[in-house]
Design a protein around this ligand. Structure first.
Ligand SMILES: Nc1ncnc2c1ncn2[C@@H]1O[C@H](COP(=O)(O)OP(=O)(O)O)[C@@H](O)[C@H]1O
Ligand SMILES: [Mg+2]
Length: 326
C-alpha cells in the first residue's frame, strides 16, 4: 500500500462499487507517480469509467479511499474540482456553440474571469490546431477535432491531474495518431495523466505503467515491457538453408524439449524461451557443434495482445477505423 501521497498524483485504495448484483469495482488499488502516464487497460465493462468517475468526484464508492493531487476525493470533493481535468466518452461539448464559445464557457465556469477565459480559449485552440475552425459550430467538426476540443476543455483550468476516458475510441488511425502526439506533449509538460483504453497499442505507446483491469479488478500491473515479459516469455526464431531445419530440430529439441515450433516447408524453427538473447547464444553454439549454421536469426518478443489474451482469456479489441465524419 502507498502512503507517501506527496509523490503521487493519484492514489486509490480498495475501491469497491456495486450496482445491485453487478460489482463494477471489486477492490481497485492504483498509485500514479506525479508527472507520469498511467494506462488503465481493459475490455468493455471492465470498470474503467467507474474508476474515473470515482476519482473525479462524480461517484461515491461503497468503500475505499482515493487521494488526487494530495486531496482526499471523498472528504473534499469541492476543493478537488479545480485541480483536475476530465475528458472522454461523455464529452461535455455543446454542438451548437463554436469551438471558441465552448472553451470560453468552460473558462467562465472555472471563474477565470471574462478576459482570461477568452485568452485561454484562444491559446488552447491554437495549441490543438483548431484556430481555423474556432468560430465554426462544433456540429461541423470531424471526430478528431471534437476529441481535441474536448481535451482542450479539460485543460482550461490548467489541472495538475488529467483523466482521459478512452480518448481515441472511434477515431480513425490518422486522427488517433494526431491525438497521441497531443497527449505526449501534454505529459512532457509535467501533467499527471490517467488514461483508459481498450487498445493495447495505445497503452503501449503512451503509458509509463499499465494496469490491466477486468471485472473490476486489477489483474496485472507494470510497464508494457514488464507485462510482456511476465506473461508471455520470449522466442528465438531461426531460418535454415533447405533441409537444414530437419537436422537442427533434434539438436534444439534436446536442449528445449517441447518448446519448438517447426515450419519444415519454410525451414524455420521457433523456440519459446524465458530469456531470448542468452538462448540465442546457446542455440548458435550447439548448432555449430553439429556443423549447422542458420541463415537468419531473430528474437521475438510477445506483444501486449499476447499478454491480454493470457490474462483475460479473450482477445483485445483492435484499433480499427470506425466512421470518423469528415
Ligand atoms: N450506472 C450504472 N448502473 C448499473 N450498472 C452500471 C452502471 N455503470 C456501470 N455499470 C456496470 O458496471 C460495470 C463497469 O462499467 P464501466 O466502468 O462503465 O466499464 P468500462 O468503462 O470499463 O467499459 C459494467 O458491468 C457496467 O454495466
Ligand atoms: Mg467506459
Amino acid at each position: 500500500m502507498v502512503t507517501a501521497t506527496d509523490d503521487y498524483g493519484i492514489v486509490a485504495t480498495g475501491l469497491i462499487k456495486r450496482y445491485g448484483d453487478v460489482t463494477a469495482l471489486d477492490g481497485v488499488d492504483l498509485a500514479v507517480p506525479r508527472g507520469t502516464v498511467f494506462g488503465l487497460l481493459g475490455p468493455n465493462g471492465a470498470g474503467k469509467t467507474t474508476t474515473i468517475r470515482v476519482l473525479t468526484t462524480l461517484l461515491r464508492p461503497d468503500s475505499g479511499t482515493a487521494v488526487v493531487d494530495g486531496i482526499d476525493v471523498l472528504a473534499d470533493p469541492g476543493t478537488l474540482k479545480s485541480h483536475i481535468g476530465v475528458s472522454g466518452q461523455y464529452a461535455a461539448v455543446d454542438e451548437h456553440l463554436t469551438g471558441f464559445e465552448n472553451l470560453d464557457m468552460v473558462g467562465r465556469l472555472y471563474h477565470l474571469g471574462r478576459k482570461r477565459a477568452r485568452e485561454r480559449a484562444r491559446e488552447l485552440l491554437e495549441r490543438f490546431d483548431l484556430s481555423d475552425a474556432a468560430d465554426r459550430p462544433v456540429k461541423g467538426y470531424s471526430g478528431g477535432m471534437r476529441r481535441r476540443l474536448d481535451l482542450a476543455g479539460a485543460l482550461v483550468a490548467n489541472p495538475a491531474v488529467l483523466f482521459l476516458d478512452e480518448p481515441t475510441t472511434g477515431l480513425d488511425p490518422r486522427a488517433r495518431l494526431g491525438l497521441w502526439d497531443v497527449i505526449r506533449e501534454l505529459v512532457a509538460g509535467g501533467t499527471t495523466l490517467l488514461l483508459t483504453t481498450q487498445y493495447l497499442e495505445e497503452a503501449d505507446a503512451l503509458a509509463d505503467r499499465i494496469a490491466v483491469i477486468d471485472h473490476g479488478r486489477v489483474i496485472a500491473l507494470g510497464t508494457a515491457d514488464e507485462l510482456k515479459r511476465r506473461t508471455a516469455g520470449e522466442r528465438i526464431d531461426l531460418g535454415f538453408a533447405a533441409g537444414d531445419a530437419d537436422r537442427a530440430r533434434p539438436v534444439l529439441e534436446g536442449v528445449w524439449p517441447g518448446a519448438l515450433q517447426v515450419d519444415s516447408a519454410d525451414d524455420r524453427i521457433s523456440v519459446s524461451v524465458p530469456a531470448a538473447s542468452a538462448a540465442l547464444i546457446d542455440a548458435l553454439t550447439i548448432l555449430r557443434d553439429h556443423d549447422i549454421t542458420p541463415i537468419d536469426v531473430g528474437i521475438g518478443r510477445p506483444t501486449l495482445d499476447d499478454v491480454f489474451l493470457t490474462l483475460t482469456g479473450s482477445p483485445a479489441e483492435t484499433a480499427t477505423a470506425t466512421g470518423d465524419p469528415a
